[in-house]
Design a protein around this ligand. Structure first.
Ligand SMILES: NC(=O)C1=CN([C@@H]2O[C@H](COP(=O)(O)OP(=O)(O)OC[C@H]3O[C@@H](n4cnc5c(N)ncnc54)[C@H](OP(=O)(O)O)[C@@H]3O)[C@@H](O)[C@H]2O)C=CC1
Ligand SMILES: C[C@H]1O[C@H](OP(=O)(O)OP(=O)(O)OC[C@H]2O[C@@H](n3cnc4c(=O)[nH]c(N)nc43)[C@H](O)[C@@H]2O)[C@@H](O)[C@@H](O)C1=O
Length: 312
C-alpha cells in the first residue's frame, strides 16, 4: 500500500474498524475514506455503488458487519444472515466494479465446523456441521470467503479473507445481553464490585474454551497481511492459545478486584466446545501477537473506565 493511497475502512466506528484507523494513521496512511452507517447504509446497494463510483478507493478493509455474542447471534438469526450477506455482497461487488487494488474481508473463527479437530487449520472449512447458535452468521461469513475466492478466480481481483479469533479491546460493545463474553465479564465484575455484591452470574458451564486476541494486535495483523499476503486461501489470525471460560473469569475477576463468587446459569448456551486457531500459516509469514491476555484485559478495563463513549 502506498502512503498516499485512498483507503476505505468500512465500519470505522466499531471496535476493529476504529483500531484499524488508529494503526493506519500511526503507520502514515492518512488518506482515509470513512462513513458511519447513517451516512452510508451498506445494506443499500444503490448507495454503496454510488459511493464507490464517487470515491474510487484504492484499498478496502471490510470491517462493517452485524456483530454480537452467542445470544445475539442465536436470537437475531435473520438479521445476522441478511445484513451480513447484504453488506459484504455490496462492498465486494462494488470493489470489483471500481477496480479496487486490494480488499480485505474479515470473517470469524465460527466458520469452522463445531466439532472440527483442534487446532483449526484453514483447510477444515466446510468439513462438518456448524455450531447452531451462530450458523446464520457463519453462513454469511463463509459466503464472503467464497465471494473473495470467486472474484479472484473469475476476474483476477486481489481480494483476501482473514479469520480472526474472538476479539476484545478498546471501543468494545458492553451490552449485557448482546455482547461477547469478555466485555460482558468486565462490566459484570465491575458493577458487582461497585455494588458490593457477593456473587455474579455467568452463562453456561464455564467449560468451553476460547482464544482471545486484543483488537489492536488484530489491526496490526490486518495491515501486515494487506501488505504481505495475496492468496486465494483465507488465513487465520489468533494467538494459538486458549483458556476455559472459567479460567478467563478468574483473570477478569483478579484484574477488576472482585472478591465474591461466580454462579453459572446453565440455561444459557455454551456454544462450541472449543475453537482454537492454528496460526502456523500466520507465524510462518513472520507475524505474532504482542499483547498477552491479562495485559489486554487491563487495557480494555482502563478503556471501559475512562471512555465516556464506551458502548454500555
Ligand atoms: N468482535 C469479535 O470478537 C470479532 C469480530 N470479527 C469481525 O470483525 C469485524 C468487525 O467487528 P467489530 O469491530 O467487533 O464489530 P462492531 O460491532 O464493533 O462494529 C461493526 C461496525 O459495522 C458497522 N455497520 C454495521 N452495520 C452497518 C451497515 N448496515 N452499514 C454500514 N456500517 C454498518 C457499524 O457502523 P456504525 O458504528 O457507523 O453504525 C459498526 O461500527 C466484523 O466483520 C466481525 O464479524 C471477527 C471475529 C471476532
Ligand atoms: C466471536 C464469536 O462470538 C460468538 O461465539 P462465542 O465465542 O460462543 O461467543 P461469546 O463470546 O458470546 O461466548 C463465549 C462463551 O462465554 C460464555 N459466557 C459466559 N458468561 C457470558 C456472558 O455474560 N456473556 C456472553 N456473551 N458469554 C458468556 C458463553 O456461554 C460461551 O460459552 C459467535 O456467536 C460469533 O459472534 C463469533 O464469531
Amino acid at each position: 500500500m502506498e502512503k498516499e493511497a485512498k483507503i476505505y475502512v468500512a465500519g470505522h466506528r466499531g471496535m476493529v474498524g476504529s483500531s484499524l484507523v488508529r494503526e493506519l494513521k500511526l503507520q502514515g496512511f492518512n488518506n482515509l475514506v470513512l462513513r458511519t452507517s447513517s451516512e452510508l447504509d451498506l445494506r443499500n446497494q444503490a448507495a454503496v455503488h454510488a459511493f464507490f463510483e464517487q470515491e474510487k478507493p484504492d484499498y478496502v478493509f471490510l470491517a462493517a458487519a452485524k456483530v454480537g455474542g452467542i445470544v445475539a447471534n442465536n436470537t437475531y438469526r435473520a438479521d445476522f444472515l441478511y445484513e451480513n450477506l447484504a453488506i459484504q455482497n455490496h462492498v465486494i461487488h462494488a470493489s470489483y466494479l471500481q477496480n479496487v487494488k486490494k480488499l480485505m474481508f474479515l470473517g470469524s473463527s465460527c466458520i469452522y465446523p463445531k466439532l472440527a479437530p483442534q487446532p483449526l487449520k484453514e483447510s477444515y472449512l466446510l468439513s462438518g456441521y456448524l455450531e447452531p447458535t451462530n450458523e446464520p452468521y457463519a453462513i454469511a461469513k463463509i459466503a464472503g470467503i467464497k465471494m473473495c475466492e470467486a472474484y479472484r478466480a473469475q476476474y483476477g481481483c486481489q481480494f483476501i479473507s482473514v479469520m480472526p479469533t474472538n476479539l476484545y479491546g478498546i471501543n468494545d460493545n458492553y451490552d449485557l445481553e448482546n455482547s461477547h463474553v469478555l466485555p460482558a465479564m468486565i462490566r459484570k465484575f465491575h458493577e458487582a464490585k461497585l455494588r458490593g455484591d457477593e456473587s455474579i452470574t455467568l452463562w453456561g458451564t464455564g467449560s468451553p474454551k476460547r482464544e482471545f486476541l486484543y483488537a489492536d494486535d488484530l489491526a496490526k495483523a490486518c495491515l501486515f497481511l494487506m501488505q504481505n499476503y495475496d492468496q486465494s486461501e483465507f488465513i487465520n489470525i489468533g494467538t494459538g492459545e486458549d483458556v476455559t471460560i472459567l479460567e478467563l473469569a478468574e483473570i477478569v475477576k483478579k484484574v477488576i478486584g472482585f472478591n465474591g463468587s461466580i454462579n453459572w446459569d446453565t440455561s444459557r448456551p455454551d456454544g462450541t466446545p472449543r475453537k482454537l486457531m492454528d496460526v502456523s500459516k500466520l507465524h510462518g509469514l513472520g507475524w505474532k501477537h504482542q499483547v498477552n491476555l491479562e495485559e489486554g484485559i487491563q487495557l480494555a478495563y482502563q478503556d471501559f473506565l475512562q471512555n465516556p463513549n464506551s458502548r454500555k
